[in-house]
Design a binder for this molecule. Structure first.
Ligand code: CS2
Length: 467
């Protein structure tokens, strides 16, 4: 039997279930991007708020493209189990905040209507780095226009993607979509809507057969949408809301509401996500399937430790970075999280710009070494070959896959030219790094080592030469 509203009462008592009515109220949140992350992070914060008796946090979840996921969740009445597991223990929970679902690609009108529903107070987004397109701007603008025309209150529109200044980027995108006729709408938006920046953090890998099997064992029911995550979660959001009283509510639910999201964003993007991308690319090439398998290699662990401490930390405004680094190393090693390196390597062209260049530029400005990032960039160049060190082919899942593979294709015969061509791309590295001769020289060096001796030997060489 599958998990659903009807079977919820049959779950074992050690599985935490929603204790509130899921049908009496209209959702107050429209969430765009119904992936694993949202369902194991914000949906659980909203579940907590609903459990306090505040009925305004039900979610109308929007899958951007995939009808299969939405169909699966609809069949389970929006219910799914989350395994929260790490060194401190294993717990199962069924969050109940997901009340309605649609697919943006095929049900656009329903999405616009949802944003303009009277009960809607928030729109949250996890549409990934590549999702910030004019089509997204238009979708939001259409929803907001309908609200304004209906004389409804403004809303909070919160980007939760791994982009620096994500709220500003989203607001600019929506405004850029507006035409000359939208003057009044834009004035209404400025006066009544809020686009806070936020940083969200929880490691939530795409689900695996192992997780689904563990779920059916723990629940005694089939659950095709179950997920596995860690105990740790963090949500830092700028204190800028359409309804200012939301600040206290979110704070009580464990969210950090602050004027300074920036320092949390930059630390997370460069420490956590920057290390993730470096390890993911190394894992893809060496044939190590998961982040935990990479961080389990002492040299890679030391590499990541030094990357964070020596090249990222000096440029962070967050002063507790050493604790943050140590906690990250432990989180990466969580044996319950089968976090596929190929999942994280997906869309690397969209992720690298936020994750690596700011630290490299910081080191350059100080006259300090950027060897770890240069090696990581060399590994990225090697990654574009699409075949690992055992000769196994893999797919580059990236909107730029074609152009990256075309530039990197001849790297065995013309390594320097390929490194140069890939490092010249301002969409990846920004405008300053491609001009920097020492950066190009060091990436070229590490690329040679990686090609000739392999990733592990290059890492070993770096560790033995760097302090
Ligand atoms: C990862 C992130 O896939 C990726 O690019 O680096 O999804 C990471 O797991 C989350 O940002 C953690 O909060």
């Amino acid at each position: 039997m599958p998990l659903s509203a009807h079977t919820l009462s049959s779950l074992p008592s050690n599985v935490k279930v929603p204790n509130y009515d899921r049908t009496a109220h209209a959702p107050g949140v429209v969430h765009l991007g119904l992936g694993a992350f949202h369902r194991a992070h914000q949906a659980m914060v909203f579940d907590h708020l609903l459990a306090t008796g505040d009925t305004r946090w039900g979610i109308h979840g929007i899958g951007m493209t995939r009808p299969d996921l939405v169909n699966q969740l609809r069949a389970q009445d929006g219910l799914y189990a989350v395994r929260v597991a790490d060194g401190t223990g294993v717990k199962w929970q069924v969050p109940g905040a997901l009340w309605r679902m649609n697919v943006a690609a095929t049900e656009r009108d329903a999405v616009v209507q949802a944003m303009a529903a009277p009960a809607t107070r928030w729109v949250t987004l996890t549409v990934t780095e590549k999702g910030y397109t004019p089509a997204l701007g238009q979708l939001l603008l259409d929803g907001l226009r309908l609200r304004q025309q209906g004389g409804l209150p403004g809303i909070t529109v919160a980007s939760c993607d791994n982009l620096q200044g994500n709220g500003h980027k989203l607001q600019a995108l929506v405004k850029a979509t507006a035409t000359a006729q939208d003057g009044e709408l834009l004035r209404w938006m400025d006066a009544h809507c809020a686009f806070p920046c936020s940083m969200v953090d929880r490691i939530v890998p795409a689900s695996t057969a192992e997780v689904l099997a563990a779920a059916s064992q723990a629940l005694g029911l089939r659950d095709d949408a179950s997920l596995s995550t860690e105990g740790f979660w963090e949500w830092v959001i700028e204190d800028r809301f359409a309804d200012p009283s939301d600040a206290a509510l979110l704070h009580n639910a464990g969210v950090r509401v602050t004027g300074d999201v920036h320092s949390y964003e930059e630390a997370k993007l460069r420490m956590l996500n920057g290390s993730h991308t470096a390890m993911a690319l190394m894992g893809a090439i060496t044939g190590r399937p998961f982040i935990a398998s990479c961080i389990g290699v002492p040299d890679i662990r030391e590499f990541v430790y030094r990357l964070m401490g020596q090249e990222v930390a000096p440029h962070l405004s967050r002063s507790d970075w050493a604790d943050y680094r140590d906690a990250l190393i432990a989180r990466f090693g969580n044996p319950y999280l089968k976090h596929s390196v190929h999942q994280i390597a997906t869309d690397s062209s969209q992720k690298i710009p936020q994750r690596w260049p700011p630290s490299v530029l910081g080191q350059i400005a100080k006259g300090a070494s950027f060897e770890h990032h240069a090696l990581a960039a060399a590994v990225f160049v090697r990654y574009t070959l699409g075949v690992d060190e055992q000769g196994q082919a893999y797919t580059l899942n990236d909107p730029q896959a074609k152009s990256l593979m075309a530039l990197g294709a001849a790297q065995r015969t013309e390594p320097e030219a390929c490194v140069r061509a890939l490092l010249a791309r301002e969409d990846l590295w920004g405008s300053a790094l491609p001009q920097h001769a020492a950066w190009i020289a060091r990436v070229t060096h590490w690329h040679q080592q990686v090609l000739q001796h392999g990733v592990d030997a290059a890492v070993q060489q770096l560790l033995s030469t760097a302090a």
